[in-house]
Design a protein around this ligand. Structure first.
Ligand code: GDD
Ligand code: MN
Length: 377
């Protein structure tokens, strides 16, 4: 548990002095323009790793600055081997880089950490020792355990986003993430034997979530840690990374065809909102409700198209020109207007329903019919 000394780790791992020993720990560090952090990082890593703990460090670099050269220079003072894998195509972003490093790892334990010293290297021995002691495949450094904190998460906005992301992930994967208080952590140790690299499809920052969901490591343990301030530079996360996180969540949750269909339906349901809003606006503006229905439907169609393209058919996006895809999608999505328009006319004209409730009822009817139709296929 917490508080294990490096000495305890050496006991578990045995007396393994000497250069010929295979490394017991591979520290994988993704870097994107972190030159200013590298010398201090390697200094603290050198201090942190006990002399007899065989260790290697693998940087996976997508930098545009001189990070690789700085690593090579600073590594000269390190007592352990340091390698740099520089990627020319940064596939998968941070997560893709980490998987690349895991494939190159030569030890039983892999520790993943950031290069900006927000993750204290001094915790590495404890992460591995905890895994050995508790026979866990995964040990997460958590900000949410007593003794941990997210001091380095600058601003209430980032704290709120981080909270929301954790809540969302835990809600979507309640069983897998049971026992992991901080699935968004970028600092953890995992046994190499628990990593099925070929099953991974990393997408952006949340590599721990990817590993937990797709590799299902047996037994997870946690160790508290204080998320420090960045040593130098700024976070590389952008608004695009937020969208990527949502795409990642959907990809993880819709691995089966059934789940994809359910997601398709859910997105379809959300399309009711823009549809009804547009209808309300058009009717209020004085348009007759039947042409308004047809125009308003396009708001829902567009909404659904964008969400489905961004979240569900991400990988198919490049197959056809987008105008062609919108056309096909719109054709299919307007097909049920042929049933809905007469139904709405009947509900409004004969049953004296107001336009909005009538449209809602008709939308639900065609939705259920379409679902039943797909089920019967
Ligand atoms: N190779 C590579 N490619 N490395 C990257 C990339 C990339 O596209 N993007 C970021 N990195 C590296 C950075 O250079 C840094 O070493 C590490 O990944 C973390 O990047 P930051 O930009 O500093 O992340 P952060 O501080 O905003 O987020 C960290 O904390 C979050 C929890 O609040 C990360 O650890 C997240 O994974 C974590 O969820
Ligand atoms: Mn950081």
């Amino acid at each position: 548990g917490p508080g294990l000394s490096p000495g305890a780790l050496e006991d578990t791992l045995g007396e393994t002095a000497g250069v010929a020993e295979p490394a017991a720990v591979t520290v994988v560090i993704p870097t994107f323009d972190e030159a200013a952090n590298i010398p201090e990082l390697l200094r603290r890593l050198t201090d942190a790793v006990p002399k007899r703990l065989p260790c290697e460090v693998v940087f996976v670099d997508d930098s545009l600055d001189d990070t690789p050269a700085v690593i090579a220079e600073s590594a000269k003072d390190c007592p352990f081997p340091v390698t740099v894998i520089h990627r020319d195509t940064p596939d998968g972003g941070l997560g893709g880089a980490v998987v690349e490093g895991m494939k190159a790892a030569g030890s039983g334990w892999i520790v993943v950490m950031d290069a900006d010293l927000q993750h204290p290297p001094s915790l590495i021995p404890e992460l591995v020792a905890t895994g050995e002691e508790e026979s866990a495949d995964l040990v997460v450094a958590s900000r949410y355990l007593p003794g941990g904190s997210r001091a380095g998460l600058a601003g209430g906005y980032r704290v709120a986003v981080s909270r929301g992301a954790t809540w969302l992930a835990k809600g979507l994967f309640p069983r897998t993430l049971r026992g992991i208080s901080d699935p968004m952590s970028g600092f953890f140790a995992i046994r190499r034997s628990a990593v099925a690299a070929e099953a991974l499809e990393p997408l952006g920052y949340k590599i721990l979530l990817e590993l937990a969901v797709r590799c299902r490591p047996e037994e997870a343990a946690e160790v508290p840690f204080v998320f420090q301030d960045r040593f130098a530079g700024e976070s590389k996360s952008t608004a695009r990374e937020g969208l990527r996180f949502l795409q990642h969540l959907v990809a993880l949750r819709t691995a089966s065809p059934f789940a994809r269909m359910a997601a398709f339906g859910l997105i379809g349901l959300t399309g009711f909102v823009p549809n009804l809003l547009a209808l309300h606006a058009l009717v209020t503006a004085g348009l007759h409700y039947l042409p308004a229905e047809i125009i308003a439907n396009q708001a829902g169609v567009l909404w659904n198209f964008v969400l489905i393209e961004l979240l569900l058919f991400r990988d198919r996006r490049h197959h056809r020109h987008w105008a062609d895809r919108v056309g096909r999608f719109a054709l299919l999505a307007n097909a049920d207007l042929g049933l809905r328009i007469p139904l709405i006319a009947l509900l409004v004209g004969h049953f004296q329903l107001a336009v909005l409730p009538a449209t809602t009822l008709a939308l639900l009817t065609t939705f259920v019919l379409r679902f039943a139709g797909t089920e019967a296929l």
